[in-house]
Design a protein around this ligand. Structure first.
Ligand code: FES
Length: 277
C-alpha cells in the first residue's frame, strides 16, 4: 500500500495535493482575482490623473492633495492643494496620486492578514491548510528579503494620518460650494454618504491593525494599573477580531468611492443630493 509523503505541518509534498474534500482553492482564487483587479484599477486611476474631483467630493486615491496639476478635466480647484504650484520639472505622466499612494499601499501590502492571503494565493506557500506547497520545506520565516515586512509598524503611522485627512474630506463633503452665493452650503448627497462609509471602513481596518493593538495595549505588565490603555486595547480587539472582513470591505470601498467620484465628475451618473444647485 502506497504511503503519502507528508511535510511538517501535515502538508503533502506535491503542489496542490491534499486529502481535503472541501473547495479549499476558492479562497486563494478569489483573493488573486480581487487583488489583481484592485491593482489594475488603482494603477489606472492613479495614472489617469483626471476626474478625481466632483464638488465637494474628492477621490480617496488623490487625498491628501499635496500638489494640483492645473487645467485638468475633473481636477480639484487649485486652492485645495496643500502646496501651491506644480513644478515644471515633474514628468508629464505624474499625477497628484503618485505622491501619496505608496503609503496606504505599503500599509496594506505589509498587513499581517494580507500577508497570509497573498502568501497562499500568489506564492502557494502553501496554498491552504494541509495542501501541498510550491516549494515544500523551504519556508523558514520572514527573514532576509522578507524582513521588509517589519515596515508595517511604521506604515501604520502614515495610515493613521490618512484617517484624519479622509475624515476631513468626509466632513467637507457636507459643504458644497455655491457659485451663486460664493459660499459653501450645508447639505447631503449620495457622495457624502459614500465618502463617510469609506472613511468608516478604512478607520475600522486601520484601528483593528495588530500593530495599533500593540501600540495602545502593548508593553503593559498589569492592566489593572492602566485602565485607560486596557479600555483602548479592548476596543481595538473588537475590530481586530474582524480584521479580515474590514481588510476586504475597505479595499472594495476605497475603489468604489474613487469610481463614484469619477463617474459623477464625468457626468455619467447623477449625484442625488439636497443642495439643488
Ligand atoms: S495587521 Fe493588518 S493593517 Fe496592521
Amino acid at each position: 500500500m502506497s504511503q503519502t509523503v507528508l511535510e511538517p505541518g501535515g502538508h503533502q509534498s506535491c503542489l496542490g495535493c491534499t486529502r481535503r474534500q472541501d473547495s479549499w482553492w476558492a479562497g486563494p482564487t478569489a483573493t488573486v482575482a480581487t487583488i489583481l483587479a484592485f491593482i489594475i484599477y488603482s494603477t489606472w486611476a492613479a495614472f489617469q490623473g483626471e476626474h478625481y474631483y466632483a464638488e465637494p467630493y474628492l477621490s480617496p486615491f488623490y487625498s491628501p492633495l499635496l500638489l494640483i496639476k492645473p487645467d485638468v478635466a475633473g481636477g480639484a480647484p487649485l486652492d485645495h492643494a496643500w502646496f501651491a504650484g506644480w513644478p515644471e520639472w515633474i514628468p508629464a505622466f505624474v499625477t497628484p496620486a503618485f505622491f501619496i499612494l505608496i503609503f496606504p499601499g505599503a500599509f496594506r501590502f505589509t498587513c499581517y492578514y494580507y500577508r497570509k492571503a497573498y502568501y497562499r494565493s500568489f506564492v502557494a506557500s502553501p496554498p491552504g491548510c494541509a495542501v501541498g506547497a510550491r516549494m515544500p520545506g523551504t519556508y523558514d520565516g520572514e527573514r532576509r528579503l522578507l524582513a521588509f515586512q517589519n515596515l508595517h509598524r511604521y506604515a501604520l503611522y502614515f495610515a493613521l494620518g490618512f484617517i484624519v485627512v479622509l475624515t476631513w474630506d468626509a466632513l467637507i463633503a457636507f459643504m458644497k460650494y455655491n457659485p451663486a452665493t460664493d459660499r459653501r452650503e450645508f447639505g447631503v448627497g449620495v457622495g457624502t454618504l459614500v465618502l463617510c462609509l469609506n472613511t468608516t471602513l478604512l478607520a475600522c481596518f486601520t484601528f483593528g491593525c495588530n500593530s495599533f493593538r500593540h501600540l495602545v495595549g502593548g508593553n503593559v505588565n498589569a492592566y489593572s494599573k492602566h485602565p485607560v490603555r486596557f479600555k483602548l486595547w479592548s476596543w481595538v480587539t473588537v475590530l481586530n477580531r474582524r480584521h479580515m472582513e474590514f481588510a476586504w470591505l475597505s479595499l472594495f470601498s476605497v475603489g468604489l468611492t474613487d469610481l463614484y467620484v469619477r463617474l459623477v465628475s464625468m457626468g455619467i451618473i447623477t449625484d442625488y443630493n439636497t443642495w439643488g444647485f
